[in-house]
Write a protein that binds this ligand. Structure first.
Ligand code: ADP
Ligand code: MG
Length: 396
């Protein structure tokens, strides 16, 4: 889904309140009844003001009706949730303008944004759960009861988890982006000026880069963690020279993408650990024709090092941030389903080096026809900096 911030500056303070009310109501209602929206938005002008805002929001596609609804009501769309998150980032001065999209996955959109000094940052918008609801016949509670609530809930969990781990890893001195802000299903982080390993065709010394990366896996393990998706898209490689005239180039790997991280104590920890190691080995062999002389590293050895030399256990960081066991389970199930679905559809990496498989469109995309034409002028869209609307829903 494309984030289109065009309409942002035309929304009034009342519109934002009504949008926040629909968000609040969506937690318990698939379709938020109009009278409830009126109540939750607490507008001084009363019902007529609310109705005016409702029609403005519906026209912009931030809220929508359901086709076979039994009563009059609205649900929040992806766009609506994006706007609310951006509005919060804007009012907290973390984001001032939104630039171009640099990454699209099925689980996220990655945008370049800037703060009011023009400093560039990255906005990651989590989009978990939107595929599963279409194609997977699931009997899981969280998938069935409230579709809108489910993707909002899961995407929020992914962002919360990612932000908590990025913060904990950064505090321990791991090479990860700097976490700046978190709102709902989005996080703002520092922009890393580096290419994903995927886009690097040759390196002067593959053995040394490989050793650094295995070193990262083992260092994570000492802190009780497994990355869980240690692939060439989630490793950015920064190039630097010791000084201007030097021919020497130092390559520093930087790790991103943390929603799927697991504890070294996870029941399937060994599988995840081995998969991360295997993923790295396969890539180094295929891309750089590099085969390490030693086998391993092995989970059993890494397990013995958890907490060694006073390494702080970071697998506890998530619970410390208020993430319950149920949340962890729900997120894990959703991520696993999504991964299985990808495999089932035969999506993966094709010969050309790009991810194959169609990008699934969703219902909120119906009016995207003019996308191409607008691309240019939307490069730097200034957001409206209004009052904080996120507070009423009581969380991030
Ligand atoms: P996903 O969960 O969809 O895989 P990622 O966090 O891995 O999302 O980001 C997708 C891509 O966006 C990465 O492969 C990388 O190219 C780019 N990217 C993500 N975060 C940053 C960042 N902080 N700085 C620079 N590029 C980034
Ligand atoms: Mg990734």
């Amino acid at each position: 889904m494309k984030l289109d911030t065009k309409a942002m500056r035309y929304l009034t303070a009342e519109d934002w309140k009504v949008l926040a009310a629909v968000e609040q109501g969506t937690k318990n209602h698939e379709l938020v009844p109009t009278p409830l929206i009126e109540k939750l938005s607490r507008l001084r002008g009363g019902a007529s003001g609310v109705h005016k805002s409702i029609s403005a929001l519906a026209k912009t596609g931030l809220i929508g009706r359901l086709k076979e609804a039994k009563y009059d009501g609205y649900r929040l769309t992806y766009g609506g949730l994006d706007y609310l998150a951006l509005h919060t980032h804007a009012s907290r001065k973390h984001v001032y303008s939104v630039g171009s999209r640099i990454g699209v996955g099925k689980e996220s959109d990655i945008m370049i944004v800037a703060d009011d000094t023009g400093a560039q940052r990255v906005l990651k918008i989590h989009r978990l759960g939107r595929i599963s609801f279409r194609t997977v016949k699931s009997n899981r509670d969280y998938l069935r009861k409230n579709k809108t609530g489910s993707w909002m809930y899961l995407s929020r969990l992914a962002a919360t988890k990612e932000f908590a781990f990025m913060t904990a890893l950064r505090d321990e001195g791991f090479p990860v982006p700097e976490p700046i802000a978190h709102s709902r299903h989005t996080i703002v982080m520092s922009l890393i000026d580096a290419l994903p390993l995927r886009q690097i065709s040759a390196v002067p010394d593959p053995a040394s880069l490989y050793a650094d990366l295995i070193g990262l896996i083992l260092r994570l393990a000492r802190h009780g963690l497994i990355h869980g998706d240690f692939n060439e898209f989630n490793i950015l490689v920064k190039e630097s020279k010791p000084d201007e005239d030097s021919n020497e180039i130092t390559l520093t790997p930087i790790l991103i993408d943390f929603p799927q991280m697991v504890s070294m104590d996870h029941p399937n920890a060994e599988m995840y650990f081995d998969r991360d190691v295997a993923c790295l080995k396969t890539f180094f062999q295929r891309r750089f024709h590099f085969v390490p002389t030693q086998p391993g590293p092995f989970y059993a050895d890494a397990k013995k090092t958890v907490g060694r030399d006073g390494a702080r256990r970071l697998d506890a960081a998530l619970e410390a941030s208020g993430f319950t066991k149920k949340m962890a389970k729900d997120l894990e199930a959703a991520i696993r389903e999504q991964q299985q679905e990808k495999l089932a559809k035969g999506e993966g990496i094709d010969e050309g080096g790009e991810l194959s498989g169609d990008e699934e469109e969703d219902e909120d995309d119906e009016e995207d026809d003019e996308e191409g034409q607008n691309d240019q002028q939307e490069e730097q869209v200034v957001l409206v900096i209004g009052e904080e609307v996120g507070k009423s829903s009581g969380d991030n």
